[in-house]
Design a protein around this ligand. Structure first.
Ligand code: AMP
Ligand code: MG
Length: 488
């Protein structure tokens, strides 16, 4: 197990030419303190969890000291924000410290979010507040536990340094880990600047490191684009299946590796609502829950455009053309598993019809699917807890009869199907109100125990945890008025 001092840095991104980033050091914060850490994320870089509480570690994760081997930088990128091209974004408050190679040979980039101003900060202060850092920390680790590709979060370090948003808040830094933070926008910036060789070199870098099976192709670029589209399709299928809404699907927040990236005003569905908009600032609903797959497709056209200097327009279009079908079959596959059915036409109509019923009856999505794991295909009476979720009982009964018939036709065994379904239908998700309670304890009382409790709970989202039954419940009334802005 590595200690802080024995972490082995090998900074691939920093070896690229300076066109892609600016070298910049974190700005120190006063009196940093450890808020929480993820032992599971520490394991990714072989770090002994006992290291996490050392004062030297806290100073490092606060950006107050650099270790030998680190090569700090802020990456340049651009992106389409709410449909409009913004020529220069970049890491405005994130600083890449370096890349750690673990014993398995995997590289993990270590990035501080909220580490102070960079050349890309524009008018911003380069900081992140404790509130949004808690949300990002908890959600990244929860998504991973759900089996959804995501950047990871190692720790949160806080400081009483004031940060001004709508109100005065305090600063925090999230240490993020990912194989790479390269985004669609990392390519777009050079397309709009007409820097073809810079696009090619970045593509070569990403292919060599993250799509190595393509590196030997005579012309790897179309296949690279195709693979990126397929990873994006799989990610969207997983978001839609679990009921996750990202909130700000700008192309600068789209990972070239198909990871969930840049957690802001995200939200999990409580009551099933296809038009759910988690970002209070998104008044047009561009990034509504049910728009996400189409938005990802649109974002892919922007990535394809940025790669057109490396291939013909026709080739680029063809490379992303498989997205829709890939999304459809991945989504159907996930939903079929969640319902204990086989993918097929009948499953599509059973799933679509019940989603419509959930929306009409405002049924909690996660609770519905979890209770469905106990579905009795022979006795209607045994399904009362599920049926009780629907104010329109008759509509539920009609659907349940069709579902039971489909299960009987499959020869499905209730006990076996239930066990399989419980491994894909989480009992526990990071509902907004749960995050909010942990945030209030942390900001009002400096009590971080609720963050740790949630982190541990959400590390096992598919397990029954009877002592935490209340965490699986629908949101309380006060939580219905929670609004999430972009401010973080
Ligand atoms: P986001 O919508 O959080 O992905 O951020 C969009 C862009 O704004 C990114 O380039 C961020 O680095 C930058 N940004 C967001 N908040 C700040 C901040 N407080 N200070 C500097 N840059 C920021
Ligand atoms: Mg972003």
């Amino acid at each position: 197990m590595a200690t802080l001092e024995s972490l082995a840095f090998d900074n691939g991104f920093a070896r690229l030419p300076e066109a892609y980033y600016s070298r910049v050091c974190p700005t120190p914060v006063p009196d940093p303190y450890l808020v929480c850490y993820s032992p599971e994320a520490a394991a990714l870089i072989d770090l002994d969890p006992a290291e996490m509480t050392r004062p030297e570690m806290i100073e490092t994760l606060a950006g107050n000291r650099l270790l030998p081997g680190m090569d700090a930088l802020a990456a340049l990128y651009a992106g389409h924000q709410f449909g409009h091209y913004v020529p220069q974004l970049g890491d405005g408050r994130a600083i890449l410290l370096g890349e750690v190679k673990n014993v398995a040979g995997e590289g993990w980039e270590v990035q501080l979010k909220g580490a102070g101003r960079t050349p890309y900060s524009r008018g911003g202060d380069g900081r992140a507040v404790l509130r949004s850092s808690i949300r990002e920390f908890l959600c990244s680790e929860a998504m991973h536990a759900l089996g959804i590709p995501t950047t990871r979060a190692l720790a949160i370090v806080g400081s009483d340094h004031p940060v001004y948003r709508e109100d005065e808040e305090t600063a925090a830094l999230v240490t993020r880990l990912a194989p790479s933070f390269v985004r669609f926008g990392s390519f777009e910036v050079f397309y709009y600047r007409n820097q073809v060789e810079t696009i090619r070199h970045l593509a070569d870098y990403v292919i060599a490191r993250y799509y190595p099976e393509l590196a030997t192709l005579a012309d790897p670029y179309p296949e690279f684009l195709r693979q990126a589209a397929l990873r994006t399709a799989e990610l969207m299928a997983q978001w839609q299946a679990v009921g996750f809404s990202h909130g700000v699907m700008n192309t600068d927040n789209m990972s070239i590796l198909g990871l969930t990236l840049d957690y802001g005003p995200f939200g999990f569905l409580d009551a099933f609502d296809p038009g759910y908009v988690c970002n209070h600032s998104d008044t047009a609903g561009r990034y509504a829950f049910d728009q996400q797959p189409d938005i990802a497709a649109w974002n892919l056209t922007k990535l394809a455009q940025a790669l057109v200097p490396l291939m013909s327009v026709e080739t680029a279009s063809a490379a992303i053309a498989g997205y829709t079908q890939a999304f459809g079959s991945a989504y159907l596959g996930h939903m079929a598993a969640k319902f204990g059915l086989a993918p097929g036409e009948d499953t599509v109509s059973l799933v679509m019809d019940v989603l419509q019923l959930l929306a009409q009856n405002r049924v909690d999505y996660t609770i519905f699917l979890r209770r469905l794991c106990d579905f009795d295909s022979r006795s209607g009476a045994a399904n009362a807890p599920l049926r009780d979720l629907f104010p329109d009982r008759a509509a539920f009964d009609a659907w349940a009869a069709r579902y039971a018939a489909a299960l009987r036709q499959l020869g499905s065994n209730d006990a076996e199907r239930g066990a399989a379904m419980r491994s894909v239908n989480p009992k526990y998700i990071l509902r907004n109100h749960l995050a909010e309670i942990a945030i209030r304890r942390a900001t009002d009382e400096r009590d971080y125990s609720e963050i740790n409790r949630l982190h541990a709970l959400l590390a096992r989202p598919f397990d029954e945890q009877p002592e935490h039954e209340a965490y699986a419940a629908e949101p309380p009334d006060w939580a219905r008025r929670l609004e999430l802005s972009c401010s973080s």
